[in-house]
Every structure is written in structure tokens, then in C-alpha cells.
Ligand binder design. Structure first.
Ligand code: GGG
Length: 354
């Protein structure tokens, strides 16, 4: 029996609505497979919790989460809470606290009608972005000097440690070797003359251990252009924290939008729980209206199943996503449909049972 304890943190705005649909999918899997059992525990953390308590999560939140097999998170962000507080004190606190240094974000076209790129097929847009998820531009280090003064200076420090840089690049090489795919490194060494020079150096060093893996390197600006003009160039991409965040929103734009973009925050050593989330934020403008697209959150369930070693369920959920996307009227309005978040979640579960 594969029994898993899942911590649910729906968070803010549409996070609440989409995680509900993902849980429906998990319960459907459980009902269809007698060897799988899930135990869910809800954590009411997020911006409302912050407005009541002054904290985004409980003081001992990481301790509370540490015994779970995975964390399923919706979204963070609320108009009256500064974004850097909601992000740093919940989402980034978990990523960093549990050393989830790998962020896996597929850029995969699930239905040909979803891309705005002319003449591009499903085969052309199918790659994986492996984003460094623990340091880099998201180090949280910096300073604010002479605040409010004409001499005001703000520093935001990128931290690229040998350990942090090497482990993500090595992880990407391992993945490229396992999948027999080309690995592309994306950096910006011409302008960022310390951090990205170091990134490129480590990439080239690690490459010598993987002579069978074909490699390429791009500057992030050129890579952005190729994401749009020639996405077929990419198979597996490894990049830094901030570049990965920005590039995967671009990746979402060429595959149907943030409503169908997923991300897994992985601690590969399994010393701590990993976390699965839709890439999108809390979208307060549409929250509570039944307009949110639950497919990204459902795709996160597929990533979770893969992580649990239930590859057949991960594949089945992904295949069902493809099947569901054919039924335009059953989709949410962002995809041209007339359905609701709940309606699409129910339709997905029906299809999963077929
Ligand atoms: N789905 C989680 C969420 O709310 N993400 C919003 C966000 O701003 N994420 C930034 C990041 O992934 O670094």
C-alpha cells in the first residue's frame, strides 16, 4: 500500500478554489487504485492568517510540515499585504526551509490550439525548465542605505555558492542523461560579470563528467527570443532562480497561459517534503467567482504522483489533461470555455475514470 500524507496549503485568492479541484483528483485516484491511500491535513496559512496574526504561517510551521510526504500549495498574495511579505514568509520560507533546490517547470503544449505561436505543433513545444530554487537572485540579501535621502542606495545581492550552483547543474545533467536529451544552460555572463561567469564555469566543469550529454548555452535575452521563435531548440533547460521564474512565465504564454503551468519544488534527497504548486499567483481580481482555471493545479498533482513513484498515474493525469482540453465548452473562460472552476474539476474527474 502506497500511503501518503499530504499537507494542503490552499493559501490566498484562487489558490483556495484550484486546490479543491486537485484534491478531488487525488480522491478520484484513491477511489480507482486500491494500493493508494492519501491522508490530507489542511493548513489555513496565507494572507488572511497574516492579517489576523501578523504571520504568514505558524511560528513552528516548518516543524508541523516536516512529517508530510508532500505539500500541495495553491497561491500567495493579497492586495493589502505587501507581495514581498506574502512570498518570503510562506512560499519562499518553505522552499528554503526544506531545501527544495530544484524547481521543475514543464513547458509543454498539451493541445495545439493553446499556443499563440503560428505554425508550431505539440512536438515543437515540449521541454523542461530546471530552475535553481534556493539562492541566486532570490538570496534575500541586500541593504537599503540612506532611505528617503537623495543619496539613497539599494543593494540586492545575488548569491551563487559553489554547492548551490553545482548541485542544480549536476541534477540537470543527470536528468538529461536519463532522458537522453540535450541540456541548455541559460545565463548572462556578458553583463553579470561575477555570478554568471561563475555559473558558466561550473556548467562547463560539470559537463566534463557527462561527455554523452549534448549541451548548448545561451544568454537569457537570446533564449527569450528563441522561446518564442524557435521553441523546438530546447529539450532540457537549466537556469538560475530569477531567470527561471521569468522564462517559465514566458513558457506559460506559449503553451496556453498561467492557467496551465505547473511547478514542482523538489528536495531530491527526500530529507524534507517536496512541494507542488500551480505557477500562477492568487489572482485577486477573479477570486471567488468560479473563473479560475484549475488545470495547472491538477497538473501539479501529476508531478506529485511522479514524485511518489506512481508514474502510471502521473501519465494518466497528463493524458486526461490532453483529453479534457479537446472539449472547449467544458473549459474555463480563459481558454474560451463556459465552465466554472468546479465544473471543470468535476469534468476532469469524470474523464479520469474513463
Ligand atoms: N502558486 C504559488 C504562487 O502564488 N506563486 C506566485 C509567485 O509570485 N511565485 C514566485 C516564484 O515562483 O518564485
Amino acid at each position: 500500500m502506497n500511503k501518503k500524507k499530504i499537507a494542503l496549503i490552499p493559501g490566498d485568492g484562487i489558490g483556495q478554489e484550484v486546490i479543491k479541484q486537485g484534491v478531488k483528483v487525488l480522491k478520484t485516484v484513491e477511489s480507482l487504485d486500491e494500493n493508494i491511500e492519501f491522508e490530507f491535513t489542511d493548513f489555513p496559512w496565507g494572507c488572511e492568517y497574516y492579517l489576523e496574526t501578523g504571520k504568514m504561517m505558524a511560528e513552528d510551521g516548518l516543524d508541523q510540515l516536516s512529517s508530510f510526504d508532500s505539500i500541495y500549495l495553491g497561491a500567495v498574495g493579497y492586495p493589502t499585504v505587501p507581495d514581498h511579505i506574502s512570498l518570503w514568509d510562506l512560499l519562499l520560507k518553505i522552499r528554503k526551509g526544506f531545501d527544495q533546490y530544484v524547481n521543475l517547470r514543464p513547458v509543454k503544449l498539451l493541445h495545439p490550439g493553446l499556443t499563440p505561436l503560428k505554425g508550431k505543433s505539440r512536438e515543437d513545444i515540449d521541454f523542461l525548465v530546471i530552475r535553481e530554487n534556493s539562492e541566486g537572485e532570490y538570496s534575500g540579501k541586500g541593504d537599503w542605505l540612506f532611505e528617503g535621502n537623495p543619496e539613497e542606495v539599494v543593494l540586492q545581492t545575488g548569491v551563487f555558492s559553489r554547492k548551490g550552483t553545482e548541485r542544480i547543474i549536476r541534477y540537470a545533467f543527470e536528468e538529461a542523461r536519463r532522458q537522453k536529451k540535450k541540456l541548455t544552460s541559460i545565463s548572462k555572463a556578458n553583463a553579470l560579470n561575477y555570478s554568471m561567469v561563475f555559473w558558466d564555469q561550473v556548467f562547463n566543469e560539470v559537463a566534463t563528467d557527462y561527455p554523452e550529454v549534448e549541451t548548448e548555452s545561451y544568454l537569457v535575452d537570446a533564449a527569450s527570443m528563441f522561446f518564442v521563435r524557435e521553441p523546438e531548440r530546447f529539450e532540457i533547460v537549466v537556469t538560475s532562480n530569477l531567470f527561471g521564474d521569468i522564462l517559465t512565465d514566458l513558457g506559460a504564454a506559449i503553451t496556453g497561459g498561467l492557467g496551465v503551468a505547473t511547478g514542482a519544488n523538489i528536495n531530491p534527497e527526500k530529507k524534507y517534503p517536496s512541494m507542488f504548486e500551480p505557477v500562477h499567483g492568487s489572482a485577486p481580481d477573479i477570486a471567488g467567482k468560479g473563473l479560475a482555471n484549475p488545470l495547472a493545479a491538477i497538473w501539479s498533482v501529476a508531478q506529485m504522483m511522479d514524485f511518489f513513484g506512481e508514474k502510471q498515474w502521473s501519465d494518466k493525469i497528463e493524458k486526461t489533461l490532453e483529453d479534457v482540453l479537446v472539449h472547449e465548452s467544458e473549459l474555463t473562460p480563459d481558454m474560451g470555455g463556459k465552465s466554472t472552476t468546479d465544473g471543470l474539476g468535476d469534468f476532469f474527474c469524470l474523464k479520469l475514470k474513463e
